[in-house]
Design a protein around this ligand. Sequence first.
Ligand SMILES: [Mg+2]
Length: 125
Amino acid sequence: MEKALTALVVEDNKSVRELIVIALKRIPGLEAIEANHGVEALEKLEGIQPDIILTDINMPVMDGMTLLKHVRANESLAKVPIVIITTEHAAADKARAIALGATSYITKPIRAPRLLKEVRNLLKV
Ligand SMILES: [Mg+2]
């Protein structure tokens, strides 16, 4: 029996979000929950306990850095791996995200093999 896994994908760019979700579906038993921005992610987090969170940084309403702070401040989510999705040449963003508690990062443009390698590694599947 496959392990049931939940990933929360937070990204305001619909095509990037879909690309991530399609890639994640290659992991058996994984369900991807989508959110457009940080506030929507926090709303979804009231009803789910994800095994991993992937989040963009630049988003309307609430950005990824602020979401990261909220998630890490929540005791039940404090240990969930968080992968930040950054644009290339955003070294300062990566450093800041890691300082705020991000587990790792991947760089846009998203490539499915790289994304899957990172997610499988963090989920140990
Ligand atoms: Mg964005």
